[in-house]
Design a protein around this ligand. Sequence first.
Ligand code: GCW
Length: 798
Amino acid sequence: MAIPLKVRALGSSAQEKAAAEEIQRSLAPCCANIDPSSLTTRARHQSGGETVVGTVKEVRHAFPDLAIPADIPPEGYWIYSNSTQKGTLLVIAGADDAGILYGTFALLRYPDASERFDPQSHSFRSQPAMPIRWVDEWDNADGSIERGYAGRSIFFDSGHVREDLAPVAEYARLLASIGINGCNVNNVNNAAPFLTTGFLRGFARIADAMRPWGVHVALSVDIASPQKIGGLSTYDPLNPAVKAWWAAKVSEIYALIPNFAGFTVKADSEGQPGPASYGRTPANAANLLASALRPHNGVVLYRAFVYNHHLDWHDPKADRARAAYDIFHPLDGKFAPNVIVQTKEGPIDFQAREPVSPLFAGLEQTNQAMELQITQEYTGQQRHLVYLAPMWKQVLDFDMRAGNRPSPINEILSGKTFHRPMGGVVGVAGIGQQAWLGSPLALANLYAFGRLAWNPNLTPGQIAAEWTRQTISSDPDVVSKVGKILMQSWPAYERYTGPLGMQTLTDITGTHYGPNIESSENNGWGQWHRADHEGVGMDRSVATGTGFTSQYPPEVAKLYESVATTPDDLLLFFHHLPYTYKLHSGKTVIQHIYDSHYQGATEAAQLLEEWATLKGRIDPALYEDMRARLEYQAGHAIVWRDAIVQYFLKLSGIPDEQRRAGHYPGRLEAEAARLTGYKIIDVSPWEDASDGKAVRCEVAPCSAEWTWQGSTGRYNIAAQYFDLPGGTARFTLQVNGHALANWIADANLPSLHPHGDNSARHTVRDIELKPGDVLRIEATPDANDPGALDYIEVTAAP
Ligand code: GCW
């Protein structure tokens, strides 16, 4: 469809100007070094006619003959295009300034927007499904980012708002293009310093940078601020001086930021202070802030992520999953109209799979938002490709059967189910200075978040295709291949980490990255899976367990109460079962654990193979960047697979029917090698190393040597080593004294000791070997990286 070159904004608001400029930008002959035919937003212009942007009101005034629908709700848009001999008239009419922006990006989103126009009215329209569509950043004042995997903050540095806010404006543009209207810029932890006057002035600059893109700034606040920074002796939410302090603080904020959105609160959670210190409820605290914000039309997003992280793990009835409902359900109806209770999508914490939090059906007289996590804290931290849209879509579509009626989560959030005026979704984004999310394909998650917030009826596949067309290439084969890779990634990740609803099985007291199965147990954090010699899973039934299932509306409660009706993929979230229990699939639990991990690791390797077919068809730098990432992921999926499989093999004592678990043909352990300078060590947790042991270099240079006893042939040789931070050890692989490969361990991986977090793989392909050949790894440690080695593995070259 042709977009007339002449672009006119009817009004003068910053958003209208931004919209008009955005259209012009898409028309400009762009991107000189890229093949223009590969671009979706390519120059498609037409000299006759004009493109007009404005609010519905402005457009009505300028074009009284146009039949603009009367019922376009806030932030919605209507786009009209008609060609006559005089040229094309293209009109983007927004219900308001934000609607103009969203209409503009919608027009530019499609390579051929003409398909979207209704031939009768020459128009199309859209509106957001829910009013709250925010991202939360967990940026700290010092510029670090909690659970961020893309470098440092674009907002803060060394206790201040950064001078250069150009990236903030760019981020707001990115957010506007996917319909996001709010950005909470600071971490929910340690928020007190942000309310000082100096900081607020900085926030005003952030708000200025985001305003042209319709993104409203919000702040996380510490409920103890009146005491911590306000000089009061208390922060009791019912104390009049505390109330007055908040009212004054909020007025100060609005004087600086007239379009300020509101506050996000984490209180009585993971060490943050809260109303419980005064015997008050979350409603007391939320309403305190709400009354200060109400005169200015601000809102409070009060997080339901409130739980005791010193739970008694000996108590079979204790259950962290119960906490949000137990605390918030009794408060239903007690929250002020401008409070929104913000609940994580699952009852625990962004695991690879969880059931939907029952609280969504437990608050009928309260506004609600769902918190999703875009930054991949428990899902591979952007080092693994995990497209989360399919997970979110399942959550948004899940039917709670509240009142025994259809009540999908997305309709609860949009306010439809319980007739609430406000609600929505909040995505914890974690963007940073390194290409927003660090890994290029991770941006599909940010895109999908915005698109689902706007329209939860879109499918993850559609969204993947939209994103790929706009970001990578419009070549249909590329679009379908990238879509396929994205769609396979979450199921694969779930399989090689924690299937059957066991949660991610990661290092939950540490990095949340590599495998560490027992870290979930014997502590008060409550992410228990209760694996023992006989069986695994948390019994959350009413009959014999924690009673968590009773928090769901009756039909769903019944489904999860019974082992027979609980879906396999959540079985161990709800039930403790013997390893020999037979799933709906017909497999035993233990065999499923083995099989799914082997399948997941195979699928991870396939992601790489599929990506390889894109060589020469996409931007070479992008190709190589993702290729290296997917190669790493395929190797790390093997670390995950082996950790979980050998752990459960040992614990259960039940062999793998397919004899893979504990049998690694072609694997030559470092601890069984002829070692020079290397010392054998126990790795902790033991399951993170093959057979629990590895070697570390004590007297450099170090070497490990094996004599090949297999048959003559061509082989791939993989070296599994530990790439520790704080140094770049060097490795060489030799056969009979000839160096075949050199590499340095310079990846940036977590944990300071050899661990699944930093276990990495280097593969050398297609090497000729014959019996008696000497295979040798040489390592030179560097600073804090001792060149630790787990094994080498020799497999027949395909
Ligand atoms: O997922 C956990 C994270 C914490 C986070 C907390 C929360 C901001 O590990 O880093 O703190 O949730 O959501 O409050």
